[in-house]
Design a protein around this ligand. Structure first.
Ligand SMILES: [Zn+2]
Length: 223
């Protein structure tokens, strides 16, 4: 059992993250029935791609993430962050610092936690590099991206982020929960490059292709 597994066994819930079925001794995070339904992201999107995701945002993973993000289930962080950490090993030696996508302070207050920071912590731990939460900020409250077209998404998050010059010359692994059209992470990536960062990789736990296709469709209908 590695360090992360032993932490997980101490703090993770003993029921399935998606369906609440009690876990058998050898099961971690998800029950057997849910685990086999987790769909890996397409290989061209998997780490170490510059914009990578671990799984598709479907089925039990989407259920678990909804509970984690919107139903106050921050106790699912070790399980979901662990999935990110397992996939992040390939970045070892290629990144210097892990940064969670910042939430606007107002939204962080209302949710009680930044879900990206909770996912990023096990990643930094696995890579044995620092997790820095204070060096990038969200300048304004943006509308939720759900339901917006790709074009509206890009406009909604344009210049939404600001990064500290103290990151200059570093290679950053930016972590978030879900990516759709990539507009938010693209805007954050630009803010990091504007601050003199050397290289940026982005890693999300899940990629939502259906929602991305819908947003792209929105652009075609609107134009
Ligand atoms: Zn289950």
């Amino acid at each position: 059992m590695n360090l992360f597994d032993s932490i997980l066994s101490l703090v993770a819930p003993d029921t399935c993250a998606a369906c609440d079925l009690p876990l058998e001794e050898q099961e971690k995070g998800f029950c057997g029935g849910c685990k086999i339904l987790l769909e890996p992201a397409p290989s061209m999107r998997r780490p170490p791609a510059p914009s990578a995701s671990v799984y598709l945002h479907r089925g039990p993973l989407a259920d678990a993430m909804r509970r984690f993000k919107y139903q106050g289930r921050s106790d699912l962080a070790p399980v979901l962050g662990g999935l990110c950490a397992d996939a992040a090993h390939v970045y070892a030696g290629h990144v210097d610092v892990v940064i969670p996508l910042p939430l606007h302070p107002e939204r962080r207050r209302s949710r009680g936690y930044n879900q990206a920071a909770l996912l990023a912590w096990p990643v930094a731990r696995a890579l044995q590099i620092p997790l820095r939460t204070g060096l990038m900020s969200r300048m304004r409250v943006t509308r939720p991206q759900v339901g917006l077209s790709a074009k509206e998404r890009a406009e909604n998050v344009r210049k939404a982020f600001c990064a500290s010059w103290s990151l200059s010359g570093q290679r950053v692994l930016l972590v978030d929960d879900v990516s759709t059209t990539g507009a938010t992470l693209g805007s954050a990536r630009k803010a990091l490059y504007d601050a003199g960062v050397d290289d940026v990789f982005t890693l999300t736990l899940a990629y939502a292709p259906e929602e991305a296709a819908e947003a792209m469709e929105g652009v075609r209908l609107a134009s």
